[in-house]
Structure formats: C-alpha cells, structure tokens
Design a protein around this ligand. Structure first.
Ligand code: DLL
Length: 445
C-alpha cells in the first residue's frame, strides 16, 4: 500500500469501505513512524515550548529513528496549555486555523485548542470510523445530545455523523422532554450524549410514559466521562439499546481518539492518528501492554496544534492481542478513573468509580449518587447520597433501613473506610446535561 502524506488525509478516506482500521501491522507501524517524524519536526519548527524542551535534552527531530525513540521525547502536560494561553502552542498561523474549541477545567484559565481544515477532516474521518464500528450507517437517524459550542463533543461528532451519511438531529444537551419527543417522533435510531445524561433521559421517559424499548432507537454512543460496565448493563436493560463507549479529549482532538466496536472488548485507538503509550504515573517510565497506567498520547497528523507525549491523567491499559472483529488497531481498556480524581479520605485512597460499582450491584438503588466531603475537627468525613427507587421510598421504614445497611456494608467493604450513607428520594439529586458532578468537596484546607 502506498503510504499517504499526512497532508493527503481527507474526509474521502472515511467511507467505511476504505477505512484504515484493518491495515496490516508492518504498514501501520511504518506509517506511524513517518507521521511521528513529521509531527516532531513540525512542533520543533513552530512551537517554542517543544523546541526548548527538546533543546534541554539535547534532542533534534532527526533523533527519532524508530518508534521506540518517542520515549526520549519530553512530556506535555495540561499546565503547559494554561501557561501558553491562549495561542502559544499553535503551529499554524491563524489564517490557517478554521476552528477553536475551549475546555474549561475546574481551576484557572481554560485551555484552547485549534484545528486547520485538514485537522477537521481527520477528526471527521475518525468519528466516521467510530460510528461505523458501532454499526451505524447511512439511513440512521442520530440524535446528537452532546453539547454544541466550545465543548468538542457536539460539533466533533456532528461532522462525522454527517460524513457517514446519517441524518443528524443536533439537539445539543438539555430539555429532556423535547429530547424524548424528538426521539419518538423522528424515529431516531441512535443517540450520542454523556452516559449520565442518557440515564436522565431513561428516567424522564419513564415518567412521561414513553417506553424506550418500543422505539426504533437501537444504539447509544456514550463518553466524555467515566462510566462502568454495570452502568452499561443498566442502560441496556432499561432502554433496549446497545451502548458503546467513545473516548477522546480536547487536547488531542476531541471525541474520536478511541471507540468500541460491536465486540465491546475495549476501545480501538485510531493509531494512524494518535500514538498511545502507557506510563507509570509516578516514574514516567513506559509500561508493557496489559499493565494499568496513565495514557500518554501523541498526535500523528495534527497541524494547528500538535501534541507530543501528552499526559492525559486517564488510567487504563493497552489490551494485548487482536480483537475478534479483525481490526488491527490496538485497544485500550475502559477508563475507570483519572490519576487526579483520587480522593484521599483519612489517608485512604478512594475513587468515585468504586462507589458506583458497589451501588449498581444493590437492588433498589438508582445509578445516581453524590459524594460530599467535609472536614470536622480536622477529620475528613465522606457522605454518599444515594437515590433509591420510588417504590423503595414508599415502602416501609424497615425496608429502607435494610437497604441502608446493605449499602453501608458494601461501601465499607469496597472502600475500606467508614462512610455515612444517606438515602434520598428518586430524582432529587441534580442532573447534569453534560458531564456529571459526582464529588462536592467542602473541605477547606
Ligand atoms: O470529553 C471529548 C469527548 C466528547 C469524548 C464526547 C467523548 C465524547 P474534554 O472535555 O477535553 O473532552 O474531556 C476529556 O474526559 O481526559 C477523560 O478524563 C474524560 N473522558 C472522555 N471520554 C471518556 C470515556 C471530551 N469514554 C476527558 N470514558 C478525558 C472515561 C472519558 N472518561
């Protein structure tokens, strides 16, 4: 196969019949090397921060001779994007930048990401490959409830869905009643949104007397926040759809870095555009496939804003072996947590995903919970607020006490610390239209 220059990659590549998902491995590795060399040279030529970091290590672009040489390159971290706000990491002049997106963090300045029209085409092509892998095609009606605007979710998936040939209903987030009306009236066959927003739609549809299982809706492509296998089962059981996990981050492109296929055995990384590594978050050393660590990504074809060895803070592993679907693209495990979402409660490490997994195994609870942290007399206290099903809440006090005890014992067991469990009425915790806010930290340091 003739190797393409990165400049030749276009939306024309994205027709499902010609996707590079099945490229033989030696060709894929050769393509990756060619692209890594090109992107490092581009970053070196145009981005002060990359050049100075490489200078400090005595590196020049020509030092990248084989793929493993990537490990010699310096990491990039989120604070680099903040420090160079707004346009300091751009490798293209503004006249070539056709789109800016902004991702706001919890602290400080937001980060800004940029795309040339070639970058938008690559983005479109990877989203087409995501959707095609989920079994979607021309003729599908796709309701896109990811937020449109500065967030990459809405527009990123929109372009890909159109290029696939699907009919897009660009609802953006919010207004659950209208979402449900359109799902029903338009005969929507697939939906994209955050998994927690879909949980909200499931609840609201039930309240409105709409049975999602009776609608043509057959697939959901969910991402932008961590979710669990138990949540997938809950979603599939309640709505009758097939639920897919899609992953991405603004710094690299937005949604479309990786996505599940119909085997649901990990997310295929579009390795011809994003080079993955797993490192030990403490030492920064590369880890072998099958070992959990922090995902580091290098963009292989980004023009406007190349990213070299970007530390995502997302914890996962590269799965060994080939997927039964035949794609040669490597897979990563579902992202259950970030290295920076770990809570330290009285010295014990706690991840919100542990709470979720424990709760979803208990009959009578809803997958809506909130963790509230306070500090009393210098000691951290953790309260877990859990919604219970309306049926449970109307039941006798004894049943509620039994449920509370079961949750208490499950959480004590999983977390290894004593937490306070509060049962709250169904639908009383705030619903997000995008990413769920699971932790409220009221501790003052
Ligand atoms: O959330 C892009 C996106 C939009 C992905 C729509 C999928 C669907 P950011 O706002 O920059 O970009 O947030 C990126 O969200 O580093 C992860 O921590 C988390 N994340 C994204 N997808 C998943 C997922 C978009 N499938 C950050 N599972 C990432 C777990 C996810 N976490």
């Amino acid at each position: 196969m003739k190797m393409k220059s990165i400049l030749e990659t276009s939306a024309a590549d994205c027709h499902p019949a010609s996707v590079p998902d099945y490229i033989p491995l030696p060709e894929l590795r050769a393509l990756q090397l060619q692209r890594v060399q090109a992107v490092v040279a581009r970053a070196w030529d145009h981005v002060e921060l990359f050049r100075s970091r490489m200078d400090e290590r005595g590196l020049v672009p020509e030092d990248i001779r084989i793929l493993d040489d990537i490990a010699k390159l310096p990491f990039t971290v989120k604070s680099d994007l903040r420090a160079t706000y707004p346009f300091g990491l751009f490798a293209s002049p503004m006249k070539d930048v056709v789109r800016l997106h902004v991702s706001s963090g919890t602290t400080g300045k937001p980060i800004v990401v940029a795309y040339t029209s070639d970058d938008v085409n690559v983005w479109t092509s990877v989203i087409v490959r995501c959707f095609a892998g989920c079994g979607l095609h021309r003729g599908d009606i796709l309701q896109n409830a990811y937020g449109y605007g500065l967030f990459t979710g809405g527009l990123g998936t929109h372009y890909g869905a159109e290029a696939l040939g699907a009919t897009v209903v660009p609802t953006s987030g919010g207004n659950a009643d209208r979402q449900i009306m359109l799902l029903k009236d338009f005969g929507v066959t697939a939906i994209c949104c955050t998994p927690t927003y879909f949980l909200h739609l499931i609840d609201r549809a039930a309240e409105l007397g709409v049975d999602l299982k009776q609608l043509p809706l057959r697939a959901g492509v969910f991402g932008a926040e961590p979710w669990t296998e138990s949540m997938r089962k809950h979603i599939e059981n309640k709505s009758g759809i097939e639920a897919f996990d899609i992953y991405g981050l603004s710094e690299i492109i937005g949604p479309g870095v990786a996505c599940e296929c119909r085997r649901h055995q990990g997310l295929h990384i579009f390795e011809d555009h994003f080079y993955p590594e797993i490192i030990d978050p403490e030492s920064g050393k590369p880890l072998p496939d099958g070992t959990e660590g922090e995902l580091v990504l290098t963009t292989l074809s980004k023009h406007a804003m190349p990213m070299i060895r970007y530390r995502t803070r997302d914890i996962t592993m590269l799965l060994p072996g080939r997927c039964e679907c035949g794609r040669t693209l490597r897979r990563m495990g579902r992202i259950g947590r970030r290295s920076d979402d770990m809570l330290i409660i009285r010295g014990v490490n706690v991840f919100p995903s542990q709470v979720e997994t424990a709760l979803l195994q208990i009959e009578g609870t809803l997958p809506n919970y909130q963790i509230v942290l306070t500090r009393e007399q210098g000691l951290d206290q953790m309260e877990v607020r859990v919604e219970v099903t309306p049926h449970m809440f109307n039941d006798q006090i004894g049943a509620l006490q039994g449920l509370q005890a079961r949750i208490q014992s499950a959480l004590d067991h999983v977390l290894g610390i004593r937490v306070q469990v509060s049962l709250v009425e169904a639908y009383s915790l705030e619903r997000s239209q995008g990413k769920a806010k699971r932790v409220i930290d009221r501790r003052t340091s």
